[in-house]
Design a binder for this molecule. Structure first.
Ligand code: SF4
Length: 488
């Protein structure tokens, strides 16, 4: 087994770190809703957003000179996981990667030219890349040499931190990678590893066509710790076919033994009408909603008792982890990669379907490889849709992000920052919050909104009250039910 940090050696959680479980409340508020990796959420992006608006957003972002967060989307996977809801390309033919990477390099050159971020005679005055992430698909689908080339190109166009102080992370599929790649990744500058484990139970793995043994994961974790990765995070999914409360208990005890620094516990949302891959899931083998709630209850309780802190929205981390520290300091943020300590950064994203967030604008690249290729080959930035946030968007974004990250909102600070009178601006929302106050989900005073222990698991439902787009769509409509997953 890996160099295990025993669960008992972690600091004891304070009672408030264990999310409060109230079955009745959960049933009452377990509606469908967004995950708020952005506000407004991605469905609000519009194809009427123009290239000139994009260039304007880049110019404005450059004037502010905030540090950068770079995201690279590697869409390829050599096998398909049946639960997948990602934008991916399934192919065992690795030849497909080379032309895509060539275009990714070209896109980087085009975007860095717009941002004037390329090294000229040095990096003086250039924006620092505080955060970098490769996601997918399966980033480790590409060869070690292709990874070296992608990172070399990145270093030509952007000012990366060479002192290991950035947050440079990569998603890996533990069943589909060579342990030798760990040291390659570390040498390239990665210091955070995110592993999609999902479940160790063989029957569950077969039912979703995703395989990784506990030995493989253990070996990768040992290698990553030897290579001094700063943090290892693990994704687990509950609600998969053939999962039972008993099988989840076993998987969780194995996960706790392996002792990742962060853990994401995702609820499998079966939406085959949106994600065709999920048609391959045997619906009759899915656990019932009741059993899924039992799994979540058991998992959140067990993880907190093992020393993990509940960050919010499916995420747990050890007490020393930077996400926990940022939350305690009121600095936690949320972006397209989930919770983050780098909310001050402008997010620049590359590759098919990738979403950038620069200043007050959101912009998404073409979702299909054909459209993406065509744009790059004709020398055009591959942006297909976007949105410039209005003043109202910015205000609501701030409120939603504070609630979801900090579980509290300082009303006076919001009034001062946005020059509003909260009670007048949000009259309807305050009325909508009344049942949540009565149910003990939140405490509401003229000065603040505080999410109580009973409301923490239901934070998405609380945030939805401030979502103007849901209100316009007259929430919760059938359209939303089709588009969004259950809040827990
Ligand atoms: S879940 Fe990840 S690895 Fe599996 S098919 Fe989807 S993108 Fe690929």
């Amino acid at each position: 087994m890996a160099d295990l940090h025993s669960a008992e050696s972690l600091a004891s959680p304070s009672p408030s770190t264990v999310p409060c479980w109230d079955e009745q409340l959960i049933h009452r508020y377990n509606i469908t809703g967004p995950r708020y990796t952005s506000y407004p959420t991605a469905p609000q992006l519009s194809s009427s957003f123009t290239q000139s608006q994009q260039r304007q957003a880049m110019r404005q972002s450059n004037l502010k000179r905030s540090p950068l967060s770079l995201y690279f989307h590697i869409p390829f996977c050599d096998t398909v996981c049946y639960y997948c809801a990602c934008n991916k390309i399934i192919t065992a033919n690795k030849q497909h990667a080379a032309p895509y990477l060539k275009r990714l390099h070209k896109e980087m050159a085009m975007q860095s030219e717009c941002l004037n971020s390329t090294r000229n005679n040095g990096w003086e005055g250039k924006r620092i890349v505080e955060q970098l992430h490769w996601g997918g698909g399966t980033p480790t689908y590409i060869s070690d040499n292709q990874m070296r080339e992608l990172m070399a190109q990145t270093r030509q166009h952007f000012c990366l931190l060479d002192d290991d102080s950035g947050d440079y992370s990569i998603e890996v599929h533990p069943g589909r990678m060579n342990v030798g790649t760990i040291s390659v990744l570390r040498k390239l500058g990665f210091n955070r590893l995110s592993m999609g484990v999902q479940d160790f139970d063989r029957r569950v793995q077969q039912s979703v066509n995703r395989f990784n043994s506990i030995e493989q994961v253990d070996e990768l974790i040992s290698a990553a710790r030897s290579a001094q990765f700063h943090s290892i995070s693990m994704d687990i999914i509950y609600g998969l076919p053939h999962q039972t409360l008993s099988s989840i208990k076993t998987t969780l005890s194995q996960v706790i033994e392996l002792s990742p620094d962060r853990l994401s516990l995702f609820n499998y949302a079966h939406m085959p009408h949106l994600f065709k891959t999920q048609l391959q899931i045997d619906e009759t083998a899915l656990p019932t909603a009741e059993v899924k709630l039992q799994m979540l209850h058991y998992a959140s309780d067990t993880l907190c008792r093992a020393g993990y802190v509940y960050i919010g929205m499916d995420h747990f981390a050890k007490p020393h982890d930077s996400l926990v520290v940022a939350q305690q300091q009121g600095l936690l943020q949320r972006n397209f990669q989930g919770y983050s300590t780098h909310g001050n950064c402008d997010l620049l994203a590359f590759g098919v379907s990738a979403i950038s967030s620069l200043g007050n604008s959101l912009m998404q690249n073409y979702k299909t490889i054909v459209d993406y290729n065509r744009a790059i080959d004709t020398g055009v930035l591959p942006m297909s849709r976007g949105l410039t946030l209005s003043d109202d968007d910015l205000l609501r974004k701030q409120i939603i992000m504070q609630l979801i990250c900090q579980f509290s909102l300082n009303i006076a600070a919001i009034e001062a920052q946005f020059s509003i009178t909260f009670s007048e601006y949000f009259g309807e929302e305050l009325i909508a919050l009344e049942p949540m106050v009565a149910d003990g989900l939140i405490r509401l005073t003229p000065q603040e909104i505080v999410v109580m222990d009973r409301g923490r698991l239901l934070i998405r439902a609380i945030c939805m009250v401030f979502d103007a787009y849901l209100k316009r769509e007259n929430a919760p409509t059938d359209k939303q039910k089709i588009r969004y997953s259950q809040v827990i």
